[in-house]
Each structure stands twice: as structure tokens, then as C-alpha cells.
Design a protein around this ligand. Structure first.
Ligand SMILES: Cc1ncc(COP(=O)(O)O)c(C=O)c1O
Length: 403
């Protein structure tokens, strides 16, 4: 089926304002169906989850549908899907629960490629229990983080390896399956930050072998919340602090307080929309969704690669432009700087042309510093399902004002 970007764009009310949105890695635009699902759920007859009234059953159905949708998106077990306010919150919460079983002599591995949300929680819980942190560097020139760099710091004492499926600053996609295998070979768990990757590529957590995968629906056309996918047995082994009367079941044990049913319904609608990207005419059903996602995300990946092939050489060819996204395998996310120009100035110039491409380190602070860009980072240009050729051309002509 064809990837019809103009039909896809017609579902995004926000695009009417006219900006070219290259700010998707920070948070994507949202299609009409997602907004409707949020509003409809919020204003429907809905109560707390239960089985007695129809409004209780409605809330329950929303949660069940959400877990199945996320499981389909990620190739995971719906019984291991945990909702959270954000990926950051989920990582902190689970890190604290996991670290209850760690102590001096135990080791946790983090990388300088990662967003700080998959670094600092581990550093801080390790410090709290006296465990040791081992750091993995990427090569700043190539942007590559080979599996051997991770293997070099593994030992029998490693309890957990935290890596990213795709770096949100320069897009590098390390070999997640190989890192999982290496972590498991020493008896460690592999925690994968899938927040940036999930918006761009088909995901199969079971095939990758990751023990935990986090993502955030607001990066893939959904509402602002976070998702964690893990083996339910692993979740059973963890005991987070919780209220006495709240459920001790998995995954509810990790979802403190009442769930935001409207956001869960919106996240489900986002997965359904993603599943239909390559064929908007054929409705997505729970039975077809996993297969549809496989094909639509592959179509999206191909579409974004095509746009990147138009954008990247033109960007690299500009005088004074340095592109920092250089890994062989990466998402369509380009970080660049312009000699002698403050990234924030470049960003403002682009914004004056209706081109939204923010600048900074985007919380991948270790990555920015390791690249030699300090805390200022660079300008980040990210492609999204609704980006079209006109957006790319507009960015390139706006750059005439910069370099
Ligand atoms: C790779 C990556 N990990 C984690 C996060 C944090 O996600 P959340 O806002 O859901 O905590 C982001 C957000 O930019 C990200 O890009």
C-alpha cells in the first residue's frame, strides 16, 4: 500500500497553523482521531474500573484495550504493560524498586549516548545502595556505540545494563539484540529506552530480548504519558512502595493512583492510527493490528529514509554546517551546528520562517558534552509521519538566512 503523506497530514488539525514541524523528537503533533478518543472518553459515562455498572466496565475496557494496543505496538505481553506519567517517572519508579535488591559490589551500566532519564535514575539509585556505575562511551566522530564497548564493562557483578534503542540527540541505533544477549550472558537485566526509536521503526521487544522497554505515546502521535513493557514475571519479582488498599496485582502494582482513562484511550487511538499509516482506507482491528503495525512502521521507516535522503546531503553541503548524526544505523534525526553561530540564534532564524527546529541538548546532556558541544548542544531536525517534501524544502531555504 502507498504511504500517502497528504492524506495523513489532513488528519492533523495543528498543521493548519502552517509551521513546518521538525520538533517531533521532542513531541509529535496529534491526529484528530486521538484528540477525539481523549475527549470522548473524558466525557463518556465513566467511573473507576469495575464490573457492576456500565460506566465501571467502560473504564475497565479502556485499560484492557490500552494494554493490548501497547503490546501490539511493541511485540510485548499485555500483562507486562505499565502506564506512567512519563518514561522518566517510570524509570525512576522501577529503578527504586529494582535497587531494593542491590548493594555494594553490584554494578549498573549506563551510556553517554542516552537521554538523562536513562542515566540519572540509575546513577542515583546506585549511589543510594552503594552499587557501582560503569560508563559506556560512544565514538563522538562516528556516533557509533559498538556492542563491544558495552561488553568491555560487563562482569559477573553487573545487575542491569541501561541503553537506548536510539539516541534522541544524534539518532544512533545501537545493536539492542546483541547488547541484550551480552547482558544476559553475565546474568544482568537489559533495560532499553525505546522513547525515540518507537516513533520511527517497527519494534519487537520479545525478538530483541530486552527485559524492559520504555516509550512515550506523545512521541508517536499520542497524548502525554509514558509506557513500560516488561516480562510480567520480572514485574512480579519487584515490590514498589504502594498504598495498603491498592492492588498488588501486576501491572497495577506499579500504577499508583487512579489511571487517566482518557489518556489511555488516546494512546490506543495513536497506535491504531500508526497501524493504518500505509493504508488509511482499511480499518485496523484488534485482530489485524500487530501485522498492520509491522507493515505500516516499515512503510514509515522507508518514507522517512526517502525524505532524509533529500534533506541530509543538502544540509551537509552547506558552508559552515557540521552534522553530528553520523552512525550507520540511525533514526531520521539530524543534529547540526553552524560555525560561529549560537544554536539558539539559528533556531530563532528558522522559526522566523515558520520552521520549528529547536536547539539544545534535549536532556541528552552526557551525549552533548561527549560530542564537545557542552551544554548548548545543537539544532535538532527530526522527521515525523506528517513531514512532507515542502517542509524539507522550506527548512533548506530558511537556512539561506543562516549560512
Ligand atoms: C530518548 C528519550 N528518552 C526519554 C525521554 C523522556 O521521556 P518522557 O518525557 O516520557 O519522560 C525522551 C524525551 O525526550 C527521549 O527522547
Amino acid at each position: 500500500m502507498a504511504y500517502d503523506v497528504e492524506r495523513i497530514r489532513s488528519h492533523f488539525p495543528s498543521l493548519v497553523e502552517g509551521a513546518a514541524h521538525f520538533d517531533g523528537p521532542g513531541g509529535s503533533q496529534v491526529p484528530d482521531v486521538v484528540g477525539r478518543a481523549v475527549a470522548d472518553t473524558l466525557t463518556s459515562a465513566i467511573s473507576n474500573r469495575g464490573v457492576v455498572t456500565s460506566s465501571e466496565r467502560r473504564a475497565d475496557a479502556v485499560v484492557v484495550a490500552y494494554r493490548q494496543a501497547m503490546a501490539d505496538l511493541l511485540g510485548a505481553d499485555p500483562r507486562g504493560i505499565v502506564h506512567g506519567r512519563s518514561a522518566t517517572t517510570l524509570t525512576y519508579d522501577l529503578a527504586r524498586a529494582m535497587a531494593k535488591g542491590w548493594g555494594p559490589g553490584d554494578e549498573v551500566v549506563v551510556t553517554r549516548l542516552d537521554h538523562d532519564s536513562n542515566i540519572r535514575p540509575w546513577v542515583q539509585v546506585a549511589e543510594a545502595v552503594g552499587a557501582t556505575v560503569r560508563w559506556v562511551d560512544f565514538d563522538p566522530e562516528s556516533g557509533e556505540m559498538p556492542t563491544s564497548a558495552v561488553e568491555a564493562v560487563l562482569s559477573e557483578r553487573t545487575r542491569l545494563v541501561a541503553t537506548t534503542a536510539a539516541g534522541n540527540l544524534i539518532g544512533t541505533r545501537p545493536d539492542t539484540a546483541a547488547i541484550s544477549a551480552a547482558a544476559h550472558a553475565v546474568g544482568a537485566l537489559h533495560w532499553v529506552d525505546g522513547v525515540h526509536a518507537t516513533a520511527h521503526v517497527p519494534v519487537d521487544v520479545a525478538a530483541l530480548g530486552a527485559d524492559v522497554w520504555t516509550c512515550s505515546p506523545y512521541k508517536f502521535l499520542g497524548p502525554h504519558c509514558g509506557v513500560l513493557a516488561a516480562d510480567p514475571e520480572l514485574l512480579e519479582s519487584l515490590h514498589p512502595d504502594k498504598l495498603l488498599p491498592s492492588s498488588n496485582d501486576v501491572p497495577e502494582r506499579f500504577e499508583l493512583g487512579t489511571l487517566p482513562y482518557e489518556l489511555l484511550a488516546g494512546a490506543t487511538a495513536a497506535v491504531d492510527f500508526l497501524a493504518g499509516l500505509d493504508d488509511l482506507d482499511t480499518p485496523v482491528t484488534p485482530e489485524t493490528r500487530r501485522a498492520r503495525l509491522r507493515s505500516s512502521m516499515a512503510a514509515l521507516e522507508k518514507y522517512e529514509e526517502g525524505l532524509l535522503a533529500r534533506l541530509e546531503p543538502a544540509l551537509r553541503g552547506r558552508r559552515g554546517v557540521q552534522v553530528w548524526s553520523n552512525a550507520a544505523r540511525r533514526t531520521p534525526t539530524l543534529l547540526f551546528t553552524v560555525t560561529g553561530r549560537d544554536p539558539q540564534d539559528v533556531r530563532r532564524t528558522l522559526a522566523s520562517h515558520g520552521v520549528n527546529a529547536p536547539a539544545g541538548s534535549f536532556y541528552a546532556l552526557e551525549c552533548s558534552r561527549h560530542l564537545g558541544l557542552g551544554d548548548a548542544g545543537g539544532v535538532r531536525v527530526g522527521l515525523a509521519p506528517y513531514t512532507n517534501r515542502q517542509d524539507v524544502d522550506r527548512l533548506l531555504s530558511a537556512l539561506d538566512d543562516v549560512c
